[in-house]
Design a protein around this ligand. Structure first.
Ligand SMILES: [Zn+2]
Length: 737
């Protein structure tokens, strides 16, 4: 084995800039002056200058941030407050001079000023010090939200309060509480006690990623719910921290828990248990009047519990199979001249909209509620990209942007194989940081309907609150930067403040935050007769962050496949990593696409021959994806090589419409004349054979160019997600032995 290893270092410096504060999200203006303000024992405040609730919050913030005592002092307080009139909504300023002065326009902005003040304080040997400075600040967007799914996994009242605490420290103001779904109903409804007696509990929960074959279940009763008294307590707790709660009662889909308790409100009336598998299910609420009344009765109890103006009614992922074959639903369509089931969904949602509107509230729903016509007062939460939201905004509806690309915190945040199980996808800290709810070139008229943005935390793969924290932080802080800041710094400046000032604070709060964003990012290039892996990572030393680039070269295996590992060290605890490479005869070989991959999943053609296998569940970047069912590509080894077998690896992920192919054929081409040597036939489509993810094709002699032809199905079979559409084919690593 002759691997050539080389190590290069180059450093870029990010020294702390004088006008960068330790406040996140970053303020509009920060001016630092010479000197500091020292607080030795306690911070004195005149309590008559602010309302008693804010005084209580200040005491709590003092304790939680710095173990700092806040003491009343009417005559000569160190911290003074001034109420401003006629200024921008929720704006505040902090002036640290001989005294500290907070000027604020609303109680919420006073709370925001207090959190900023706490973030400015640094501990020294005498106590706490503040830089002499001036801060002026206000939010860019009015909807700064985090969502939490408590149906797939349940979280206690204490955990919900901690979730609210953390979001309030980062100036979020909206908590979207996803209270109902197929796997559990979580809110007490007095008129329908079976919703929580039966609907809050499931008998089993699917193990591992739900695409794992064979599928297994943990057979244990799982569940929980919140009483109305507990809900009131949480709402009041959130209100004191200027967080509004938006409850979500899903309809007409994601209703299996409710229908387990009251099957009479489905189309078929069939009794079924609360679901223990993740996904989308055909049984939804019937559109008949009795079901509509059932939901109205539920809303009668939900609405008075939540003082905010919005009630979320779901509206997403409602298969129309049952409605299509239900005589009652079909009669309603005829009576109301509805041309299809999408219009029936629209008719359903309109009734809810009218009901909620009559009670002085507004509905918001996922972007599917646009299909078949949108109710006049409805606001839209755009999750399937930006387009639904843009369409709604153009029609004059308010919109909250939560696109999966930037705002789904159930996706992976790191590329490492050591990331805990997630649903799939890859949404890095940097990606979240770059989020802008308003797409470029959108005129002011339409953009005025975009209220802001929100991250969604779906909990299929998040069974514990500790993992909620891991998935949410620090990405939530990057999102707060995206939603709050008018004056967003560069990502490097943000990262530097995050790591130096906020990670230690999260550490003190015992938040299980992720350090994945600090791990070196790897890029592979072709080099000579092999590859070069470049790693770019961060190092931290005495308040300075440096970006370090190093590279490692690896020559292609000459005769036999072998395993090579590299360790990329880091001086930040817990972020060093090991890279495993399978060095084979095709490492770094030239790839010639006769069929072009989808631009969305085409990171670099070297991905196919970089010795690194795409992970499952897939994270996007390490696979090459094709949205066609005949794929032709060639691997050119550059010289005549003796080949024993070729292993082509595919991905099977039905829920993402990704299927393994039916046929893989390899032609061996010598420079002189082409001839066919290897051919392999697939198991038939309806065979769930996990081995079909890897195709082993043997029977080669010597070859130089391998022409690989892959054939997939024309259509996704019935009964599977995306049925009738052409499946995607995802390939990673063509290993040549
Ligand atoms: Zn029906």
């Amino acid at each position: 084995m002759k691997n050539c290893l080389s190590f290069l270092l180059c450093c870029l410096m990010y020294t702390s800039h004088a006008q960068v504060s330790s406040i996140l999200p970053s303020p509009v203006t920060y001016v630092q002056r010479e000197g500091s303000f020292q607080i030795n024992q306690a911070l004195t405040v005149n309590p008559s200058e602010i309302n008693p609730s804010l005084f209580a919050q200040l005491k709590e913030l003092g304790t939680i941030y710095h173990q700092l005592r806040i003491e009343p002092n009417v005559q000569n307080a160190m911290l003074q407050f001034k109420k401003l009139e006629n200024v921008k909504q929720d704006s505040y300023s902090i002036n640290v001079a001989e005294r500290i002065t907070i000027s604020y326009s609303s109680d919420a902005s006073c709370y925001y000023a207090m959190t900023s003040l706490m973030q400015l304080m640094k501990r020294n040997e005498n106590g706490l010090s503040l830089p002499m400075c001036f801060v002026k600040d206000y939010p860019n967007f009015q909807w700064r939200g985090l969502h939490l799914d408590v149906s797939r996994h349940f979280f206690t009242v204490e955990e919900i309060k901690r979730f609210i605490d953390l979001m309030s420290y980062y100036k979020f103001n909206t908590f979207h509480w996803h209270l109902t779904d197929d796997q559990g109903w979580r809110i007490e409804i007095k008129k329908y006690p079976k919703l929580t007696e039966i609907g809050a509990w499931r008998d089993s929960t699917v193990d591992n990623h739900y695409t794992t074959v064979p599928r297994t279940y943990t057979k244990a009763r799982y569940g929980g719910f919140y009483t109305q008294e507990q809900i009131k307590d949480v709402v009041a707790y959130a209100e004191a921290k200027y967080v509004t709660i938006v409850p979500e009662i899903e309809m007409p889909g994601h209703a299996r828990a409710a229908l387990a308790a009251y099957p009479e409100y489905s189309c078929t009336g069939k009794a079924q248990g609360v679901e223990g598998l993740w996904g989308i299910f055909d049984d939804i609420f019937c559109s008949k009047p009795a079901s509509i009344q059932f939901l109205k009765d539920i809303l009668d109890e939900v609405i008075p519990l939540f003082p905010g103006q919005y009630i979320h009614i779901g509206g997403d992922e409602a298969p129309k199979t049952r409605w299509h074959s239900c005589p009652k639903c079909q009669d309603i369509m005829k009576e109301n001249h509805l041309k299809d089931e999408h219009e029936l969904q629209s008719y359903f949602i309109r009734q809810m909209d009218a009901y909620v509107t009559a009670k002085g509230k507004k509905i918001i729903g996922w972007d599917e509620i646009l299909e078949g016509g949108l109710s006049p007062n409805a606001a839209v939460m755009s999750w399937r990209g930006f387009d639904g939201g843009l369409e709604a905004a153009k029609q004059g509806h308010y919109v909250v942007m939560t696109p999966g690309s930037h705002c789904y915190f159930d996706h992976y945040q790191g590329k490492g194989k050591d990331e805990p199980l997630a649903i799939g996808g890859y949404t890095s800290l940097e990606k979240v940081f770059t989020f802008n709810p308003i797409p470029p070139d959108l005129g002011p008229e339409v953009s005025s309907y975009i209220l802001g943005g929100q991250a969604n935390i779906w909990t299929e793969y998040i069974p514990t609150f500790s993992k909620v924290e891991y998935m949410a932080y620090p990405r939530a802080i990057a999102l707060s930067e995206a939603l709050w800041c008018t004056n967003k710094p560069t990502y490097d400046v943000f990262l530097s403040v995050l790591v130096q000032d906020h990670f230690p604070q999260l550490e003190r709060w015992k938040v299980n935050y992720s350090k994945s964003a600090l791990k070196a990012s790897l890029q592979t290039f072709r080099k000579g007769n092999g590859i070069e892996i470049q790693s770019t990572g961060m190092n931290f030393k005495e308040g300075e962050m440096t970006v370090t680039t190093s590279s490692i070269s690896l020559m292609r295996a000459r005769k036999k496949t072998n395993q090579v590992s590299f360790t990329i060290p880091s001086n930040y605890p817990g972020i060093g990593q090991t890279v495993n490479i399978t060095n084979h005869l095709g490492l770094g070989a030239k790839v010639n696409y006769i069929t072009q991959p989808s631009p969305k999943y085409n990171a670099s053609d070297i991905v196919l021959v970089d010795g690194q296998f795409g992970a499952r569940p897939w994270k996007g970047h390490e696979w090459i994806g094709f949205d066609t069912n005949v794929i032709v590509l060639e691997i050119d080894l550059g010289k005549i090589t003796k080949i024993r077998e070729v292993k082509v690896s595919f991905l099977q992920d039905e829920n993402s419409w990704i299927h393994t192919p039916n046929q893989v054929e390899i032609e061996s081409i010598l420079p002189v004349r082409p001839y066919l040597v290897g051919r392999s036939k697939a198991p038939s489509l309806d065979t769930k054979n996990p081995n079909s993810e890897i195709w082993n094709i043997r029977g080669f002699g010597t070859s130089q160019i391998l022409r690989i032809t892959i054939k997939g199905a024309d259509k996704i079979p019935q009964g599977q997600p995306g049925e009738g559409n052409m499946p995607w084919i995802f390939i990673d690593e063509i290993q040549i032995n």
